[in-house]
Design a protein around this ligand. Structure first.
Ligand code: AQP
Length: 334
């Protein structure tokens, strides 16, 4: 960290389970760099979470570097923020085990992500998929995190993290800071381009999402093919017009304009014009980051150096909390 003064801690993580999507960008990544001047920020490449779904080892290794490059390309500065891989800090897995013993099966059974992912990966419903939210709680609580910038899809997991922290603190005193979610008011949940009732996900088929490294032609083509409806009116109505509302939501998230104002400004125009506007906004938002990314991804050595130096800083902070927890629960001193 650049300064010595104690500031509130921000923690967030993204899985290297595919190239990041516009959903990851709007829900999480784009806000990360704004926070680094005001808070002590810790951004993790959560590779341990990614293996809850089978990953090809070479792809996983490559994606950890790609995600580090994207963190940097989005404006994160390794002198200000900690940018590391989860598996490089063993305290995550150690605290997760302890917190497993403070989490109820009934709580985990209610998690909608578990239900969604078990349906998607019916051939591999492993225990890690079930206890994913406990590892996430460990990630956050290890760093005495005050705020967690995440997309609206992660709200339920954050609530569970708070419950676990409060439960633990109730028994052992104030061990953990109880974190608050930081969920964007606009564009909190970006939906699939092909099935707009479902969220956009990086591990879904290519044509359902915009990848953060898609070139302008690909972006235009994917948006042109996005599912809308059989009407022609541009109206924000997520229940009856999920496709059109998703497109409006994307423009709103990227420009800051309200969906009402966008609709008023486009009155009388058709879905073709709406799609052109969406594509223009997306290309404009992603271009600067893509140019930086291209330079960074070519320098593997630098990316590995950032990961290694950050992991050291993260491990130091994480060990402090882990030792306190171990002492409180009565593990024998070494
Ligand atoms: N569609 C989305 N809209 C808004 N925010 C989103 N996020 C993910 N999808 C959307 C936010 O991105 C951050 C990182 O997510 P993650 O990679 O840790 O896990 P995820 O939510 O499971 O993301 P994906 O893209 O859906 O990955 P896969 O396909 O591997 O499961 C989180 O802050 C999340 O809220």
């Amino acid at each position: 960290m650049e300064t010595k003064e104690k500031r509130p801690v921000i923690f967030s993580g993204i899985q290297p389970s595919g190239m990041l999507t516009l959903g990851n960008y709007i829900g999480a990544l784009r806000r990360f760099s704004e926070l680094q001047d005001q808070y002590d920020c810790i951004y993790c490449v959560v590779d341990e979470h990614a293996i809850t779904v089978r990953q090809n080892p070479a792809d996983l290794r490559r994606r950890c570097l790609e995600l580090t490059a994207l963190y940097l390309a989005s404006g994160l500065d390794p002198q200000k923020s900690i940018l590391y891989c989860q598996s490089h800090v063993s305290a995550h897995a150690e605290l997760a085990w302890i917190l497993n013993c403070f989490t109820y099966m009934g709580e985990l059974n209610r998690m909608t992500q578990f239900k969604d992912k078990s349906a998607k990966h019916a051939d591999n419903i492993n225990a890690g998929l079930f206890t994913y939210p406990v590892l996430m709680a460990a990630d956050i609580l290890l760093y005495q995190t005050s705020y967690v910038p995440v997309g609206a899809d992660q709200k339920q997991h954050l609530e569970l993290t708070r419950d676990i922290a409060q439960r633990f603190n109730g028994v052992y005193g104030d061990v953990f800071t109880v974190p608050e979610p930081l969920i964007s008011k606009t564009g909190g949940r970006v939906m699939s381009l092909q099935e707009p009732e479902r969220k956009m996900s990086k591990s879904d088929p290519e044509d359902t999402f915009i990848s953060l490294i898609d070139d302008p032609d690909t972006i235009r083509r994917k948006i042109k093919r996005a599912v809308t409806d059989s009407e022609s009116e541009i109206r924000f109505d997520p229940e009856n017009k999920p496709g059109v509302s998703n497109l409006l939501n994307i423009i709103s998230a990227l420009t800051g304009e309200s969906t009402d104002d966008i609709c008023a400004g486009m009155a009388g125009q058709g879905y073709g014009a709406l799609k052109t506007r969406v594509a223009d906004c997306v290309i404009e938002a992603l271009s600067p980051m893509q140019a930086e990314y291209k330079k960074l991804i070519a320098d593997k050595e630098y990316l590995m150096k950032v990961q290694a130096e950050s992991a050291e800083k993260a491990a130091y902070l994480a060990q402090k909390t882990l030792r306190k927890v171990q002492k409180k629960i009565g593990f024998a001193a070494r």
